[in-house]
Design a binder for this molecule. Structure first.
Ligand SMILES: [Zn+2]
Length: 247
């Protein structure tokens, strides 16, 4: 057995070595235990319901960078809610409080590296808090693995269960997924069917005009023209990569 003090009521809490979650026997707060000590264990309630999540997805899909009529043509193939674990680090940086959020679970889902924890919605996760059968994703990244890159001094460390909707959809026989932040309603997407060809044409057009101008420069200053052409080439290459990656 090992022991620590409850971050809420400061009572002494004993736990098996290797346990990550335990309960304070005085105030019944759920406590998250990490090699660096005990921390609060928070949960954020779902404020976006399933119907609203689908509506947010449709609105996102109707955006100007998406494939034409994606909002109408995308076939929903699955929608699922989850509590995704993130670490919240409160730090004292030169007398100012800074909050950093890092994922506590390994994931390939988009957006989970840039979640913002809404201060008002944090609930201390007490036993008896109803998760209504929603899956709690288990943290598999150690809190300590982030501590080296944290600025300032520690004020509070916590594990926060973040509510998300995972929406899967199909367009032209390809599967895609988005994450809807069920606290703020923000939509996160990795790759999605976009209006890529228009962007490629724009990049090629700008490159072509630049080359034409540089050809004129050749007559005046050939060395400068070659340097400019090199810059244009690198720019077109970089912009194409960006388009391929983002669009
Ligand atoms: Zn307690």
């Amino acid at each position: 057995m090992a022991s620590t003090s409850c971050p809420k009521c400061n009572a002494r809490v004993e736990f098996e070595v290797g346990t990550k979650f335990t309960k304070c026997s005085y105030c019944s707060s759920q406590i998250f235990i990490d090699r660096s000590g005990a921390g609060f264990f928070y949960i954020i309630p779902f404020s976006v319901q399933e119907k609203d999540a689908v509506g947010l997805f449709r609105r996102w899909a109707a955006g100007p960078t998406k494939a034409k009529d994606l909002d109408k043509r995308a076939q929903l193939s699955g929608i699922k809610r989850q509590y995704f674990p993130v670490y919240q680090f409160k730090r004292d940086v030169d007398g100012k409080e800074e909050i950093r959020i890092e994922p506590a679970g390994s994931t390939t889902l988009p957006g989970l590296h840039s979640l913002k924890v809404p201060a008002g919605d944090l609930k201390i996760f007490e036993s008896g808090y109803g998760t209504e059968g929603v899956e709690l994703v288990k943290p598999d990244i150690e809190m300590s693995s982030y501590l080296n890159e944290m600025p300032g001094r520690p004020k509070e460390q916590a594990l926060v269960y973040f509510p998300i909707w995972k929406v899967d959809y199909i367009l032209d026989q390809k599967r895609y997924e988005v994450v809807v932040d069920a606290s703020s309603g923000e939509v996160f997407a990795g790759t999605y069917p976009g209006r890529g060809s228009a962007a490629y044409v724009a990049v090629a057009g700008v490159g072509y005009v630049a080359f034409l101008a540089e050809t004129l420069v050749t007559a005046i200053n050939p060395v400068l023209a070659i340097i400019l052409m090199g810059i244009t080439l690198a720019g077109v290459f970089g912009a194409s990569l960006f388009v391929a990656w983002r669009m």
